[in-house]
Design a protein around this ligand. Sequence first.
Ligand SMILES: Nc1nc2c(ncn2[C@@H]2O[C@H](COP(=O)(O)OP(=O)(O)OP(=O)(O)O)[C@@H](O)[C@H]2O)c(=O)[nH]1
Ligand SMILES: [Mg+2]
Length: 294
Amino acid sequence: MDTKAGFIAVIGRPNAGKSTFLNTLLGEKLALVSHKVNATRKRMNLVFTKDDVQMIFVDTPGIDKQEKMLNAFMLKEAMKAMQDCDFLLFLSPIHDKINFYQEFLENIGDKPHMLLLTKVDTASKEEILKKIKAYEKYQDFYKALIPISSKDNGSLKKVIEVLATFMPKNPFYYDDAILSPNTTREIVKEMIRESCFNNLSDELPYESDVIVRAYQEKLNIDYIKAEIIVLKQSQKGVVIGKNATTLKRIGKEARGIIEKFLNKKIYLELIVKVVPNWNKQKDKLKKIGYNFEY
Ligand SMILES: Nc1nc2c(ncn2[C@@H]2O[C@H](COP(=O)(O)OP(=O)(O)OP(=O)(O)O)[C@@H](O)[C@H]2O)c(=O)[nH]1
Ligand SMILES: [Mg+2]
């Protein structure tokens, strides 16, 4: 057996740049990215295959301790990914405090991991060197420390090179043409959620979600019907907006993202529905795709 393959959990606090790192690595926009925190809610597998190595990256929700049931699910998702994977990547923004890494170390046992300092394009050389120096007291714990920026492909190539040396000998898990084993429906859901994150403000990105109700493939166009769910009637009004302008804006942006991904025209029908307590009850979360029972 000449091939290597492994699962790598991508871990970090909300907004650390996990999903951006993976999209840039794959050269394809698959995972939801937002400047707002807590964008990723569920694990997503992204497959990177090059020559004789296959790395399956597991994008996870940012680790954040909050009381809400949805956040409990998100934390469980990140913990589960850490348990199941062969290797961990901890992403820490260059300006973040070092004690978050200390907390991470306390929770991973002896799982091998690498530390990536993200968003280094926002820091000076001196700041980066100072931070690296500060992390060096942990050098017996991490396999490597690499500063990265999504604007610098060279830094991401370096991550791949180093990671490849830690992958176990295994046959490939997926066909080398596959970028994600997640279904098109799941990916499309994330794309509509991204548009909601971008076009809604205050509590609405956090108190809304998306269910893809129908997906019909036709020769030249795909028909997608999706529901944006919110907690209260007043939120429904805000999502729709005056003369439905907000909903149209959400739809237009989502359509753009999805068409680019599918390389195909789509017809997107969006409706808004009130589902009280959708983010607080296990049975309701399950219906939206967040299943606690695993
Ligand atoms: N300047 C700069 N911004 C970045 C970089 N990487 C990510 N960002 C920005 O940081 C924000 C958060 O990025 P995400 O990739 O959504 O972060 P995440 O860790 O997946 O966040 P959650 O899913 O909420 O846990 C977005 O606005 C990105 O554009 C980078 O290398 N440089
Ligand atoms: Mg994310």
